[in-house]
Ligand binder design. Structure first.
Ligand code: NAP
Length: 308
């Protein structure tokens, strides 16, 4: 079996927590190189930048981009231009026009571009989609509230333009919602709370609707202390379906349908390998479109400054 020679760009939290152990456990992939301005890995060729790695590094077939989102569109274009497959962390880029055209670039060069949405690989997501396909949906509520100091300590990029603020976790909820609801939906109202010293929102409330008039309400908040909540509640003609723990648990009224801790990243890498084998790409920009809409339609409120 020929191994996929992979480089990881951006050796930060998600690369260390998920990508490195997942790749180490997959015989079909060999970690060939790392690019990061301030981090390296013993025993792996390490470079200070993607440019340097592509120029001076060992032969590679694919690159996983785990950098802050502001860099990802440009880096993906560079990797495709160098003739390599690309795995994108979420969100796929900080601008729509920086990523959408790359689908055609990948197709023309016969390379794979995979915009991974890790939350979609959570165990309850596909069962929720199947369950909802056969019900009448009456209302949807999304509650995605976490403590930014716990989950993103010292990540200055998240508060910069293009860093997404509370939409960094919120887009995970939107990636699940766009997967499990049978109809597309459209943003109708957004209220965004920006700390007076930051360029990205710390909280957002959003309302969406579909052509049938379904009411979808979402609350995203980075100021949650104590219990952390990543839940989607769907009222239907057959009771309430609740997806909680970020997609690990599924409950119908009082009955638990799914409660699993299955890891998403092995599934993400298997999907990447499968797409490469089939010469295909997978780039669903629907979650990114909803976030872009929120920035366009949202009313901005200035709230108290945020200090890490
Ligand atoms: P992070 O800890 O800040 O890691 C980003 C890494 O990229 C840092 O090591 C950073 O180095 C490096 N970097 C900065 N500029 C670079 C460049 N030009 N070339 C190469 N590397 C560069 O952030 P993270 O939490 O891993 O998040 C990265 C992405 O993954 C985000 O889009 C996030 O939404 C997504 N994600 C994160 C999680 C999570 O649990 N953290 C989960 C799923 C997805 P410096 O720190 O020295 O600048």
């Amino acid at each position: 079996m020929t191994q996929l020679r992979l480089a990881i760009v951006g050796l930060g939290k998600i690369a260390r927590d998920q990508h490195l152990p997942t790749v180490a456990a997959l015989p079909a992939i060999a970690l060939a190189a790392i690019a990061d301005p301030n981090a390296s890995l013993d025993g792996v060729a390490s470079f200070a930048s993607l440019e340097e790695m592509l120029r001076d590094g060992p032969p590679i077939d694919a690159v996983a981009l785990c950098t802050p989102p502001q860099l990802r569109g440009r880096q993906a274009a560079m990797v495709l231009a160098a003739g390599k497959h690309v795995l994108l962390e979420k969100p796929p880029a900080a601008t729509f026009s920086g990523i959408a055209p790359l689908v055609d670039v990948a197709r023309a060069s016969g390379k794979t571009l995979f915009a991974s949405w890790h939350a979609r690989f959570s165990p309850a997501v596909e069962p929720a989609k199947a369950w909802l396909a056969e019900r009448e949906i009456r209302a949807v509520r999304v509650i995605w509230k976490e403590d930014v100091r716990v989950w993103h300590p010292g990540q200055a990029w998240i508060w910069e333009p293009g860093g997404f603020g509370v939409f960094d976790p919120g887009i995970n909820a939107l990636s699940i919602l766009t997967r499990i609801l049978p109809q597309p939906f459209v943003l109708t109202r957004a209220e965004l709370a920006f700390p007076s010293n930051r360029a990205a929102p710390i909280a957002a409330t959003l309302d969406f609707s579909d052509t049938g008039g379904l009411a979808i309400h979402a609350d995203f908040d980075f100021r949650q202390t104590g219990t952390q909540t990543w839940a989607i509640e769907v009222d239907t003609d057959r009771g309430r379906l609740t997806l909680s723990a970020g997609g690990a648990k599924l409950t119908h009224d009082e009955h638990v349908l799914v409660d699993e801790k299955k890891a998403a990243y092995p599934l993400i890498y298997r999907r990447f390998l499968d797409l490469i084998a089939r010469g295909e790409s997978d780039v669903d920009l629907a979650p990114l479109a909803h976030v872009a809409d929120a920035f366009m339609l949202g009313r901005r409120h200035v709230v108290e400054p945020f200090e890490d």
